[in-house]
Design a protein around this ligand. Structure first.
Ligand SMILES: Nc1ncnc2c1ncn2[C@@H]1O[C@H](COP(=O)(O)OP(=O)(O)OP(=O)(O)O)[C@@H](O)[C@H]1O
Length: 575
């Protein structure tokens, strides 16, 4: 149990000292509580043994005890709430920051549901109860210890009985925690799979509707909810017997304390006033300890929650050896690059050179590794072997921020944030002025449709930008890249989903973006491919052909086939 308590203190980060203060004040509260017994002892002495202790003194001690206890409880409750919320906010920010610097492969292994569950539900539990549990458990233990010490002072024999009860309780709690050590992680897994399923259900709703599978799909989620409920109950049932054993342990010692008091009174070794005090104490002494014990099960869960959050927070980042460098040029070179997703080899010994301010088109069959090759330049993943150089320096020598300053990426699947259009465009350059945003939007051919919206640039987009058409989203993402003005542009040409009217505007936007830049383009359009300075044909993880259009078109091979298919497609007409 003390291991988990230490874990909470470590987790508190910048609020660690406040948490320690809350614990110290809670201890003070325990001493004030013990004072109540002293006043009770004095009162019984006055009533039963007619001692001459002034009544005002007894009353004053009682008042000090009550006021002191309330004040301590007030302070420690505020401090633990403050600690809980701040420490979790700090952890969430830290995790959010960390996620930016870890390889994308991490997101393959740790699904969205898993990460969402940790940052929301799991940390929500820690936020609401970790600091409170810690203060209650420590407070409960210290409170009982203080009362035992007081009883020791009143009668050492009965003090020892009460102390034995405390030790027995601690031993049972420790045993229960050991036996249910797997409970916390298991419950954690249940929560994760539940969040994962619900997210998948909501995100896949469109496909589910399109295929009329609403019933089957919702049954899957309901099944997971049902499983989660059953497993959570099973876990609670494993901890319930231990709660009963703890209760029995303290009840036995309460009865032993009362019985021993009566025996000592009977044989004349305990005065009546002390005997009455002990009888009252036997009912109250373990009350706080019992509430602390009930919390100890929750501590087990919290320990697992904190471990999970820490495991994300401690994932090694890619920036460990990075330096804030500025490349000498935007020449890019692949030197015998090998890369695989897990065990699946995707790129096998790729070597290529992309000179500054040139245009390189990458073509090839679907699944050949084109996107992967581009993503490696931006270090979404690191290569397995070989090296990728930017301006002569290995991309792994750069800090991610200083590398990404040089690169703008325009993806086929555009993601827009739940924010204003202006802020979405400013994403790559947050301190840009409104005039600069408008100028970029004009170049990207999106100014007109933005100003036609009721709130123009202040229009708040839905998450993912679902209220805009595919072409509009593309152009906003191009405006974003134009504003960032990075010297290297990686572009996944989006033409498949765009109608001819939109395509003309999209091409104007792309021309504005790529002017005078180093361009690497996954090319689908014949015109782009034709005009590229070099064309790389990627198939099965190898560059199978490379050269200019003129050089490749006359060779038999994938490129000639690709051009043939494009020409055929371009000649299609609606009859
Ligand atoms: N995150 C990932 N994890 C595991 N495998 C992946 C991942 N991304 C892509 N792959 C696999 O790697 C292979 C290459 O994918 P990639 O997207 O690079 O191909 P591509 O040539 O760009 O294809 P397309 O033209 O269809 O976009 C594919 O077989 C794909 O299934």
């Amino acid at each position: 149990m003390f291991g988990i308590l230490k874990k909470i203190i470590d987790f508190a980060g910048a609020k660690r000292n406040l948490l320690k203060k809350a614990m110290a004040v809670s201890f003070l509260g325990a001493l004030f509580a013990a004072l109540q017994f002293i006043s009770l002892m004095l009162a019984l002495d006055i009533v039963v043994s007619s001692t001459e202790t002034p009544v005002w003194m007894v009353t004053a001690i009682m008042l000090i005890s009550i006021v002191g206890r309330i004040a301590c409880a007030y302070y420690s409750t505020n401090a633990e709430t403050d600690t809980g919320f701040h420490m979790v906010a700090e952890k969430r920010i830290h995790i959010g920051d960390r996620l930016r610097y870890i390889p994308m492969g991490y997101f393959n292994d740790n699904s969205l549901g898993n990460i969402t569950a940790v940052v929301t539900t799991t940390l929500g539990d820690v936020e609401n109860s970790a600091a409170r549990c810690l203060v209650l458990v420590i407070g409960g233990f210290l409170n009982t210890l203080a009362l035992c010490l007081m009883l020791l002072f009143a009668d050492w024999r009965l003090g020892l009985v009460s102390m034995a009860g405390l030790l027995c309780y601690l031993a049972v709690t420790e045993a229960s925690q050991r036996s249910s050590a797997k409970t916390g992680p298991e419950r954690q897994r249940i929560q994760e799979s539940l969040v994962e399923k619900v997210l998948e259900y909501v995100q896949g709703m469109m496909v589910v509707k399109a295929y009329g599978l609403e019933k089957d799909s919702s049954q899957g989620v309901f099944q997971t909810i049902d499983d989660s409920c059953r497993k959570a109950l099973a876990l609670v049932h494993t901890s319930t017997p231990w709660a009963a054993i703890r209760q029995i342990a303290v009840r036995i010692f309460s009865v032993a304390l009362a019985g021993a008091s009566l025996i000592f009174y009977g044989d004349g070794t305990l005065p009546l006033a002390r005997c009455l005090l002990m009888l009252i104490a036997s009912f109250l002494i373990y009350a706080e300890l019992e509430s602390a014990g009930n919390m100890s099960d929750q501590l087990q869960m919290l320990g697992a929650s904190m471990d999970k959050a820490n495991s994300i927070d401690n994932t090694p980042t890619m920036d460990i050896d990075g330096k804030a460098l500025a490349p000498a040029s935007t020449d890019i070179e692949f030197q015998n690059v090998h890369f695989s997703y897990g065990d699946r080899a995707i790129l096998n010994g790729i070597s290529l050179a992309i000179p500054e301010k040139s245009t390189t088109a990458i073509v090839g069959p679907s699944g050949g590794g084109k996107t992967t090759l581009c993503n490696l330049i931006a270090r979404f993943w690191d290569v397995d072997s070989g090296a990728i150089l930017l301006g002569g320096g290995d991309v792994r020598e750069y800090k991610l921020d200083s590398l990404m300053k040089n690169i703008s990426m325009v993806f086929q699947n555009v993601y827009l944030f739940n924010d204003t259009i202006e802020n979405n465009i400013k994403f790559g350059r947050p301190n840009a002025t409104h005039e600069q945003v408008v100028a970029a939007a004009k170049q990207a051919c999106c100014h007109d449709f933005i100003t036609a919206l009721p709130d123009a640039y202040d229009t708040v987009l839905d998450e993912g930008g679902s209220t805009l058409s595919g072409g509009e989203k593309q152009r906003i993402s191009i405006a974003r890249a134009i504003l960032k003005n990075a010297p290297i542009i990686i572009l996944d040409e989006a033409t498949a989903s765009v109608d001819p009217e939109n395509e003309a505007e999209l091409q104007t936007a792309i021309q504005a973006l790529t002017h005078d830049k180093t361009i690497i383009m996954i090319a689908h359009r014949l015109k782009t491919v034709r005009n590229a300075d070099q064309i790389l044909v990627l198939n099965g993880g190898h560059i199978v052909q490379r050269g200019t259009h003129e050089e490749l078109i006359n060779q038999a091979g994938l490129y000639a086939n690709f051009i043939g298919m494009r020409e055929e497609a371009a000649n299609w007409k609606v009859s």
